[in-house]
Design a binder for this molecule. Structure first.
Ligand SMILES: [Zn+2]
Length: 265
């Protein structure tokens, strides 16, 4: 089976044209006509992940984050992006990224996975793109949903730590005694705060908040920053489910390397 056959299937789940303008999802390294040996799924491609792929006999890495976002002018290995691309080419390992297109879909999307982990019901896209639907569902950023019943806010945060496997949560004042209506966005979702407020969410769970941005909670919503890697880590599991439910003619491995560059003490 060729790279392109797997890629075509993944694009039936999350079409490449649903990615954001700044994104660079798609086949970044390698020829679509290469035969798949086996694949390795990760959030971030690093040199260590490529070593792991090599040791497992994988010749295709499927990553959430594209390793290359901007044009590269030199290939002398002075930064990690160049080193990863050079190594992938030398080792004959393809790199495919499925990023904001997977964020933006409703069925089997990144935020749907997060909503399921948290136990949200009646989910809907938080900020839908106008006039775009895919498989009869809205397309867009973030997700909105309800807990089966209201939960004490602190109890909810503690449950969130355990269900999302988080070391620490940065959060604003618990202005609501209980929580039922929850907005989520994997990765850097700060741009969705207004949408979360508009929809009446009691808490907005995302990552990459800066100090001053926490003030934007403004006494109307609770902001919970759970960390970028932490918020998206189950995307690896999601991609593994998507691939292994459809294909049994090659092995799909999940990386065992924690690529989170942020450490906690
Ligand atoms: Zn991300």
């Amino acid at each position: 089976m060729l790279f392109k056959e797997l890629i075509d299937y993944l694009h039936t789940i999350a079409p490449n044209n649903l990615q954001e303008d700044y994104d660079n999802a798609g086949l970044i390294v390698g020829s679509p006509n290469t035969a798949i040996k086996s694949v390795l799924i990760c959030l971030d491609v690093t040199e260590e992940v490529l070593e792991e792929a090599k040791s497992l006999g994988c010749n295709l890495v499927i990553a959430h984050h594209p390793i290359v976002f901007r044009g590269l002018k030199r290939f002398n290995g002075s930064n990690y992006v160049e080193r990863v691309v050079i190594k992938a080419i030398k080792e004959d390992i393809g790199i495919f990224a499925i990023h904001t297109n997977l964020d933006n879909v409703f069925y089997q999307g990144v935020n749907t996975k997060i909503a399921n982990k948290i136990g949200l019901e009646k989910i809907e896209i938080l900020q839908a793109k106008e006039n775009i639907q895919y498989k009869d569902a809205a397309v867009g950023a973030g997700m909105m949903g309800y807990l089966p019943e209201p939960i004490d806010s602190m109890v909810f945060l503690k449950q969130l730590k355990s269900s999302m496997n988080i070391n620490s949560i940065k959060y604003t004042a618990l202005i609501h005694k209980t929580i039922q209506k929850v907005a989520v966005c994997g990765g850097s979702g700060g741009f969705l705060l207004a949408a979360a407020k508009r929809k009446g969410a009691e808490i907005f769970i995302t990552s990459d908040y800066k100090y001053h941005e926490f003030f934007d909670a403004n006494g109307t919503i609770i902001i919970a920053d759970i960390g970028h890697y932490e918020s998206e880590q189950f995307t690896i599991e999601l991609l593994h489910e998507i691939i292994s439910q459809k294909f049994s003619n090659f092995a799909a491995h999940c990386t065992k390397i924690v690529t989170n560059p942020v450490k906690y003490l």
